[in-house]
Design a protein around this ligand. Sequence first.
Ligand SMILES: Nc1ncnc2c1ncn2[C@@H]1O[C@H](COP(=O)(O)OP(=O)(O)OP(=O)(O)O)[C@@H](O)[C@H]1O
Length: 248
Amino acid sequence: MLVDGVTVRYDSVLALQEVTLALRPGRVCGLVGTNGSGKSTLFKTIMGLVRPTSGRVTIGGSPPAAARRRAQVAYVPQSEAVDWNFPIGVREVVMTGRYGHQGFLRRPRPADHVAVDAALDRVGMTDFAERQIGQLSGGQRKRVFVARAIAQGAPLLLLDEPFAGVDATTERALTAVIRDLAAAGHAVLVATHDLAGLPQLCDEAVLLQRRVLVHGSPAEVLRPENLALAFGAPPTPSTVVPAEGDAL
Ligand SMILES: Nc1ncnc2c1ncn2[C@@H]1O[C@H](COP(=O)(O)OP(=O)(O)OP(=O)(O)O)[C@@H](O)[C@H]1O
């Protein structure tokens, strides 16, 4: 996946400026920045939901819309972007990740059910498969949407703040799932505000502030002078260094 010199404007707001980023199979790239720094806009642009003012995105050499039609990219949006009152069960949500595999009639085949069961199992949500999504906790909802992305089997996974509002156990579990997906050859871009968790989660990270301030190893991104560039003031050490013995 290549984001090549992408600039995005919403009327008078310059949300992204000349952003260039390549994601490679088998690697997790963290996306870090303040509120409003353009992270969600970058995801939406990669998905083809927002059109760049200039520059372009290619996924496997194709434009985003074509990549989406071929189920080449899976997107887990921020929770606020989902209508939780929509009457749909957990299993059905995960099955929507299989649409790209089901042809025009969208009739699930045995392989689709196998993929959905495996994905639910992978995120520890098998026991909740028949629940309505509106009856789940915030952390359980995150797991369901990650399961949908897993079931889709897309080479490129985009996760917008999967750890927002989840407890430490769920964050560890989701981190392990994301690492496994990379080990299986997926390219993963994950937005997170959890700086302390970056070294466990990512192979590389990007500091975004409308443009790419730094792109490097987690350790490089976490250098105080780099964080000061993005966040304005040096963060306290506890936000940078994982606590000793914290086996995330
Ligand atoms: N549809 C829109 N119309 C106008 N401006 C928008 C729109 N969506 C986002 N913006 C603006 O673009 C900028 C980037 O927003 P974006 O949602 O991409 O940031 P973010 O890094 O995802 O923030 P957060 O961490 O709060 O989710 C912000 O200034 C925001 O107000």
